[in-house]
Write a protein that binds this ligand. Structure first.
Ligand SMILES: Nc1ncnc2c1ncn2[C@@H]1O[C@H](COP(=O)(O)OP(=O)(O)O)[C@@H](O)[C@H]1O
Ligand SMILES: [Mg+2]
Length: 420
């Protein structure tokens, strides 16, 4: 079959890498893609937020399945338009993508289905929000309701910080996304991510992960899109996974179906685990980046069978074939990221790397210029290792890092410290 992946990050490179290995995949396209994917797929320059543009490409190239990587095309309704045009798509409808696009929507769904999460309230004006913060006290969490590119949340340790966050949001710091604000009870504990394929009716867990959001070693420095991740997450024991399926994921999927907006795609549950019990922090409606890199490294070629079954509503017949393995990925970012950084610096040493099913460098922000790979983004590469133990995966990932010659880049040296 012919497959089109939408997106251009390390997540999409990892999806392309896994899908390409499956003999069901005849021709593979990625739009817009990046330089790292060139050996695996044809890159297509098209506006992935435009349903008609994507549908036109699918018709010209006899595409059988579209795998949607990022949230923006989902929130724009590209999956709906594809399905309306009779094209198989992996990813939720615009209505079901609300589970990521609106924090208060998710909170309402949790309340309706009894899923454990932090106590919350929603505000559309600053004064009642400030009064609520004074009444509740700190620590407390302030969130812009809409999509804010990971910058809309303040975990406030003091009331003053929380009130400043409210004033920022209503002052327009997050644009439309901050026109409404959700204020939540602070949850203590350890965070982890749980990934579940859902076909609207049936659900199939496909792995757990933990990531490192802070820029520097020791989980210090500014928040980023993610500087590394590993899978599985030891804190998500089988018992806790069972609790999450029973109390959070299945009730959510049933509630979405009951509302006439069934969820199809990957449901990424951000969880807080304390005293052996998980509560929901948030949902995302697509794979995480860099979590996708470690999940794909572990799933390999079967990822396509699972994604296809999900898109076709056949998940009830599927099972994951697990290897007893671990994967770890280290993100290499441009110096200065997540602040200002230079673009265009050359990255050397990539061609000589030994890449196989235990070691892969996924590209996130690269392009090929005059035969050379250059950095074009903040997060640029994800050096990923797999092994029988997390220590082995860690050693393989850092061996890749050390073989890459890119003086303008940096990475954390302590990815996985909590689990190692
Ligand atoms: N209620 C909460 N209690 C404690 N920490 C929280 C809470 N909600 C969010 N956080 C922290 O803030 C981070 C970002 O919040 P999240 O809801 O995941 O928003 P987003 O990923 O859209 O920025 C979480 O990963 C978590 O570390
Ligand atoms: Mg989050």
């Amino acid at each position: 079959m012919n497959i089109l992946i939408l997106g251009s990050g390390g997540r999409e490179h990892a999806l392309a890498w896994a899908i390409r290995q499956n003999p069901k995949c005849d021709r593979l396209f990625v739009a817009p893609g990046n330089a790292g994917m060139e050996p695996l797929a044809r890159l297509a320059d098209l506006d992935i937020l435009s349903g008609p543009a994507v549908i036109g490409f699918c018709e010209e190239n006899a595409i059988d399945l579209v795998v949607i990587g990022p949230e923006a095309p989902l929130a724009a309704g590209v999956a709906d338009e594809l399905r309306a045009a009779g094209i198989l798509a992996f990813g939720p409808s615009r209505a079901a993508a609300m589970l990521e696009a609106s924090k208060s929507f998710t909170k309402e769904v949790c309340d309706a289905c009894g899923a454990p999460t932090a106590a919350w309230a929603r505000f559309d004006a600053a004064e009642p929000a400030r009064a609520y913060i004074r009444a509740q006290g700190a620590p407390i969490v302030v969130k812009a309701d809409g999509l804010a590119a990971g910058k809309g949340v303040t975990v406030a340790m003091t009331e003053a910080e929380a009130i400043a966050a409210v004033d920022d949001a209503f002052g327009g710091a997050f644009g439309e996304a901050g026109a409404e604000v959700v204020i939540e009870e602070f949850m203590a504990g350890e965070e982890a991510s749980f990934f579940v394929l859902c076909d609207g009716k049936d659900c199939l867990p496909i792995g757990t992960a933990q990531d490192h959001k802070r820029a520097f070693d020791g989980d210090t420095g500014p928040n980023t899109g993610g500087m590394g991740a590993y899978s599985p997450a030891p804190v998500l024991t089988q018992a806790i996974q069972d609790q999450v399926m029973e109390q959070i994921v299945r009730p959510t999927v049933a509630e979405m179906a009951r509302r006439g907006t069934p969820f199809q795609g990957v449901l990424y549950a951000g969880l807080m685990i304390e005293h052996g019990r998980a509560r929901l922090v948030e949902y995302n409606v697509r794979f995480g980046d860099p979590e996708c890199q470690v999940l794909m490294m572990r799933l390999g070629a079967q990822a396509l069978d699972l994604i296809l079954a999900c898109a076709e509503g056949r998940l009830g017949d599927m099972a994951v074939s697990w290897a007893q393995d671990h994967a770890l990925t280290v993100v290499l970012a441009a110096k200065g990221y997540p602040g200002a950084y230079e673009k265009g610096s050359a990255i050397r040493g990539l061609d000589a790397l030994p890449e196989d099913s235990f070691r892969m460098v996924f590209h996130a922000g690269t392009a090929r210029r005059d035969g050379q790979i250059v950095a074009t983004g903040g997060r640029v590469l994800a050096a990923t290792g797999r092994g029988a133990t997390l220590a082995e995966a860690h050693a393989r990932a850092y061996a890749l890092v050390d073989a890459i010659d890119w003086p303008e880049g940096f990475c954390r040296r302590d990815i996985g410290w909590r689990a190692l």
